[in-house]
Design a protein around this ligand. Structure first.
Ligand code: OAD
Length: 240
């Protein structure tokens, strides 16, 4: 373990045919986005813990409060920029025969760095979804968000996975398929505690992929990795 990139790791990475990158909150930490676990407890909104205000139950009880919380978070995020880690990942998408980026983040920073076809397992803070017909709407950065569904007129909600909800249909299946096909799996900035995302690296490993983790801390996944790079995404990823 350590943050030195070994010759073997570099060769494995450069010769990979199919790469899967899984990211979590840690990849955005150096951009100023707080992580969910560890360090600070800023994730309380008007006295409500994060998992209460960000829950399926709260959408039913008080959708306005949920929007108020997400509007606040979007306003904070709109000031933030992708960091060197996001940019490194975006560059890699052209460098391998197959490349897939799966993120648990809803902040849109991978796309701001130029990543395309990102699988957003937990949705996006930059989209709204109709509570009835499920039509989706982009939320522009500089204009007010759409207030109701243009197709059916019903109310919109944030298009993110809240506590007590399932993943968007197909997101896990598509990611699991890529995991079982990749020969190099890089796991960046996730505590690897939240399922089913945390299953993906193990699917890759069982299918024979080389598994590498980038994180300043050890996680439950570390013991299964071929290489653990203990460091920050913005510092380590550009070195690969
Ligand atoms: P966590 O907050 O659980 O974990 C963040 C991880 O990033 C930790 O392991 C940190 O050690 C690591 N980290 C911190 N700074 C870093 C840096 N500069 N570079 C690399 N790593 C760094 O975030 P996630 O694993 O993404 O779900 O959390 C998973 C899910 O839990 C989230 O998507 C969210 C939450 O419940 C939903 O909201 C549905």
């Amino acid at each position: 373990m350590g943050s030195d990139i070994s010759v073997e790791l570099r060769q494995r990475f450069q010769n990979a045919q199919s790469v899967l990158v899984l990211t979590g909150a840690g990849v955005s930490a150096e951009s100023g986005v707080p992580t969910f676990r560890g360090g600070g407890n800023s994730l309380v909104w008007k006295g409500m813990p994060f998992d209460v205000i960000s829950s399926a139950q709260m959408v039913e009880q008080d959708l306005n409060a949920v929007w108020e919380w997400f509007d606040y978070r979007r306003a904070l995020l709109s000031e933030l920029r992708p960091n060197a880690g996001h940019h490194a990942i975006a560059r890699w998408q052209e460098q391998f025969p197959e490349f897939m980026l799966v993120t648990q983040n809803i902040d849109g920073l991978h796309q701001s760095a130029g990543s395309k076809d990102v699988i957003e397992m937990h949705g996006s803070i930059w989209r709204a979804r109709c509570i009835s017909c499920h039509d989706r709407y982009q939320i522009p950065k500089s204009k007010p968000r759409p207030s109701s569904c243009q197709s059916c007129g019903d109310r919109l909600r944030p298009d993110v996975v809240l506590f007590g909800e399932m993943l968007p249909s197909g997101a896990f299946e598509q990611s699991a398929k890529a995991a079982s096909r990749c020969d190099f799996c890089l796991v960046v900035g996730t505590s690897a505690l939240v399922y089913p995302a945390a299953e993906l690296p193990m699917i890759a490993k069982s299918a024979g992929a080389y598994l590498c983790e980038v994180n300043p801390e050890l996680t439950p996944l570390s013991q299964f990795c071929d290489m653990v790079l203990t460091g920050r995404a913005g510092q380590v990823l550009p070195l690969l």
